[in-house]
Ligand binder design. Structure first.
Ligand code: PLP
Length: 447
């Protein structure tokens, strides 16, 4: 029986001993010119598969350097000084690139998410549905509204919010769904949009990792009423700290502007209270030239990711992120796979990560903490603000419902490579594959 004869679902759930022993381990060809089947692992002093570095991130080419010098010398350092400064120009170009009418730049992705929620007037007493396998910024943006982040467990294969678990959590206070395109690959948006339509909920896409990703040909961030991006240093479009909200509804986008401009509208009247979340012109200057290189980098990451997946599917115990049928393009902020130790003689993920790093392949367990179990949950239940806004009964139920077994499993079994590794050559990808293969074939050394 080959690996593909056993259903994927069965593999992902705790695999039976019989299924494991049925997997044929032999016959997996090494890639490139690495033909050594048995070798000493680098962790124990053997020769590493690779000593070369992967492409660095973030990077500044000549155009980025030129752009920041120009902005520095111009004296236009703040967006309100000029309508043709780097920030307004970036907003126009980014909206065009992603395909919405409007874009509002902010100081971070978290700020973008908070601005989007505020623009939709989500606040005290409201509930927002969000997955736990994400950056803390997704949850934090909801908390500071202050609205209740209702945690929906993830699908164990796609690592994305599980649409089938959403409806049971909807009540009369539910106002929005915040799907997160985790690792930069699209969520099952058809299902999300159907549920949202049926229950009259707003969809705010957390596309902070998903620049240029597409679902059925539509760019991530354009399917919900608002979409949010991050330009933090690690993201695929980076300026240190930065973010953006995109959308087509002028009135809502104007509300977002007013909120992010400490309550002052485009007309100059101060209408509400709000934080000051404006992006500065230096950040705009760093971002603008990168719009020229983003597309090429995205194409490269996608083809390298496809190649990795085509090889990993033959290695027992390695399960790359499942992409939904509608995925026409990923962003690959991370390339993630589930590591099943049952296929590696029970070797813990932490040891696998150490062994892989020793072979010259940077890797990590990514989100190791369980966001659904972090202190914020109890702090929320005990906070003065939330106790005023939500009934005792609601908060009690909140604690009971807040249990995400799939998230727990993913947090324990995830292995990721970073986007900059996917900017390498095919030979670089062969090194990654051969290192994983070497560890698999020499797993006895690890036990
Ligand atoms: C990075 C990120 C955020 C937060 O963005 P910041 O710019 O770091 O504030 C939110 N959600 C996801 C999924 C992210 O990856």
């Amino acid at each position: 029986m080959s690996k593909k004869d056993i259903t994927r679902r069965k593999f992902i759930s705790t695999a039976s001993a019989a299924a494991i022993s049925a997997v044929a381990a032999g016959g997996i060809a090494a890639c490139g010119n690495n033909n050594k089947k048995s070798a000493k692992l680098a962790l124990f002093g053997g020769e590493p598969v690779r000593t070369k570095k992967f492409p660095p991130w973030p990077t500044a080419d000549e155009n980025v350097v030129k752009s920041i010098v120009t902005t520095t010398k111009s004296g236009i350092w703040c967006r309100i000084q000029s309508k043709s400064g780097t920030v307004p120009t970036f907003e126009k170009k980014f909206a065009e690139l992603i395909g919405t009418k409007f874009c509002l730049a902010t100081g971070s992705g978290t700020q973008a998410l908070h601005t989007a929620l505020a623009g939709l007037e989500i606040g005290g007493g409201d509930e927002v549905l969000v997955p736990p396998y994400t950056d803390p910024g997704s949850i934090s943006a909801i908390l500071i509204c202050p609205a209740l982040p209702v945690i929906i467990d993830v699908d164990p294969e796609s690592f994305q919010i599980d649409p089938d678990k959403i409806e049971e959590r909807i009540n009369e206070n539910t106002k929005a769904i915040m799907p997160v395109h985790i690792m930069g690959q699209p969520v099952n948006m058809d299902k999300i949009m159907n549920i949202a339509q049926k229950h009259n909920l707003k969809v705010i896409e957390d596309a902070c990792q998903a620049h240029l990703a597409e679902y059925k040909g539509k760019k991530c961030g354009t399917m919900g009423i608002l979409g949010c991006f991050s330009f933090q240093a690690s993201k695929v479009l980076a300026c240190g700290e930065g973010g953006a909200v995109i959308g087509n509804d002028e009135e809502i986008m104007d509300k977002c502007y007013t909120f992010h401009n400490r309550g002052t509208s485009r007309k100059g009247t101060t209408d509400i209270g709000g934080p000051k979340y404006r992006m500065n012109e230096f950040e705009g200057a760093v971002l603008l030239p990168q719009l020229e290189t983003l597309e090429k980098q995205s194409v490269r990451r996608n083809s390298n990711a496809d190649y990795l997946t085509s090889k990993f599917k033959d290695i027992p115990g390695i399960y790359p992120q499942k992409l939904y049928d509608g995925t026409t393009r990923g962003a690959y902020y991370k390339y993630g796979f589930i590591y099943k130790k049952e296929y590696f003689n029970g070797v813990d993920r932490s040891k696998f990560l150490k062994a892989l790093s020793a072979e010259g392949i940077p890797c990590s367990g990514y989100i190791n903490f369980r966001l659904d179990k972090e202190p914020w949950t109890e702090n929320l239940i005990n906070s003065k603000t939330f106790r005023k806004l939500y009934s005792k009964e609601r908060l009690k139920r909140y604690r009971e419902e807040n249990d995400c077994p799939n998230n727990n499993q993913i947090c324990n079994e995830m292995v990721v490579f970073s986007q900059n590794q996917l900017l390498g050559t095919k030979n670089d990808m062969d090194d990654i594959i051969n290192a994983v293969l070497k560890i698999y074939e020499n797993r006895d050394q690890l036990t």
